[in-house]
Design a protein around this ligand. Structure first.
Ligand code: IMP
Length: 190
């Protein structure tokens, strides 16, 4: 099945299409650069993911999967969380978001955090949501040049996600876990 990915984030698209390809199944994630905008104004990533999937389906009338993700830092009461994309301001760059997070953690001993991805499928009748969590620690400074967003400061087993190849990130990531669950349910239901 061709599934429109409800995100303009090319990195998310690359990761999800690669996971779909590597698991050798028949679903394909379609990327659309000029997707309509959806305002992410809900209180949880699940609700935002659901809102994105519904609005994109209502507009394009094709099966949709949305991805809403965030980085949750325990000592900051889960921030940046829902606000991960705009942590340092409306049009903040990845680097500005990272700088703000590192500054807020400067005195902090507990640097534990997790990434969470919620995927939401909607085709006008079937609704499926899955999630994936990856636990780790926030590094003292950025390391590595792969990946996107907060990858360069998120450590899992001693390496930041930006120090991993895309294949390596795709074997452990929150997105991989959520996508695998989604493929399993889609193959059962549809
Ligand atoms: P949203 O899901 O489009 O609201 O974006 C959430 C933000 O979280 C992104 O802009 C990234 O900064 C960050 N993010 C989401 N997934 C990842 C990831 O796999 N690695 C690093 N940062 C991520």
């Amino acid at each position: 099945m061709n599934i429109l990915l409800a995100t303009k984030n090319i990195n998310k698209h690359r990761e999800i299409s690669r996971i779909l390809k590597d698991t050798g199944n028949f679903h394909q994630a379609i990327y659309k650069e000029d997707l309509i905008d959806v305002v992410e104004d809900k209180n949880t990533i699940l609700e935002n993911a659901q809102k994105k999937a519904h609005e994109i389906y209502d507009h394009y009338q094709v099966p949709v999967i949305s991805d809403d993700s965030g980085l949750f830092v325990n000592s900051l009461d889960g921030m940046p969380g829902l606000h991960s994309k705009r942590y340092a301001g409306e049009n903040a760059t990845d680097l500005q978001n990272i700088d703000k997070l590192l500054a807020n953690l400067i005195e902090e001993k507990d640097r534990s955090a997790y990434f969470q991805t919620v995927l939401y499928f909607y085709d006008g009748k079937t609704e499926i949501s899955t999630d994936g969590i990856l636990e780790g620690l926030i590094a003292k400074k950025p390391r590595g040049s792969n990946g996107f967003g907060y990858d360069s400061i998120f450590e899992n087993k001693g390496k930041t996600l930006a120090e991993l190849s895309s294949e390596e990130k795709n074997t452990i990531s929150h997105r991989k876990i959520a996508t695998n669950k989604m493929i399993g349910i889609l193959n059962e239901k549809i």
